[in-house]
Unconditional design. Structure first.
Ligand SMILES: Nc1ncnc2c1ncn2[C@@H]1O[C@H](COP(=O)(O)OP(=O)(O)OP(=O)(O)O)[C@@H](O)[C@H]1O
Ligand SMILES: [Mg+2]
Length: 198
């Protein structure tokens, strides 16, 4: 039996031990360009998953990459969304510290893109990930996680504290956190000025 999940970017087929992530066609793109981009994104995602794993972050093992399809190990656990607590958030923070030390920006840090299995948090979706060593990119990365926590959890403040506890292992923690605060202020300023136009 195969379970099929249609995500934003891909069709994900869940088999017993493996998962196929097939990047689907974007109809608004000319098909030649669309194919080139999808192949490129597929290869990039697979490479980044492997390099994240080498940096010490739990991810599925990549089994095969072909055209628009990544075949990977199935992580049969609980969605982090249903299992998050401050300790789990701290684990997530430690992993993001490792990613950022390795120059990897995740691009979509949300509890939907992580699975808890045997007490470890697996990062499963690197569809928007890229290499970037700038503080700004990392500040935006953790800001996405902050927004996701605030949107979905009443106890977001303690989850965020847990996350920062773990993330403080990153050597540029201070700089990224400062940038995060600036990004947060920019957001508030824009929200307020939007309201003024109404
Ligand atoms: N290796 C895996 N093991 C178990 N489940 C997985 C695995 N990879 C993906 N999934 C499941 O499929 C869902 C979608 O996968 P993924 O997030 O990689 O695709 P996506 O197209 O980016 O989806 P979305 O746009 O909704 O984030 C995940 O939320 C998860 O439930
Ligand atoms: Mg996803």
């Amino acid at each position: 039996m195969v379970k099929v999940i249609l995500g934003g970017e891909a069709e994900v087929r869940i088999h017993k031990d493996t998962v196929e992530k097939i990047r689907i066609r974007k109809r608004y793109r000319i098909s030649e360009l669309d194919e080139v981009l999808r192949k490129k994104r597929t290869v990039t995602e697979a490479k980044i998953i492997s390099s994240a794993r080498r940096s010490g972050v739990p991810t599925p093992v990549i089994l095969d990459v072909e055209n628009f399809t990544i075949t990977m190990e199935r992580i049969d656990g609980q969605p982090v969304r249903d299992a998050i607590n401050p300790d789990v958030a701290e684990e997530i923070g430690k992993s993001v510290a490792k990613l950022h030390s390795a120059g990897i920006v995740h691009g979509d840090l949300t509890p939907m893109n992580m699975i808890l299995k045997d007490g470890r948090v697996y990062f499963i979706d690197f569809g928007l990930a890229y290499h970037d060593d700038r503080i700004e990119a990392k500040g935006v990365d953790i800001h996405v996680f902050y927004e996701a926590l605030k949107a979905d959890f009443d106890n977001w403040a303690e989850l965020w504290q847990g996350f920062l506890e773990g993330y403080s292992e990153y050597e540029k923690y201070g700089q990224v956190l400062e940038r995060f605060r600036e990004i947060e202020m920019r957001g508030r300023y824009i929200d307020k000025s939007d309201a003024n136009f109404e």
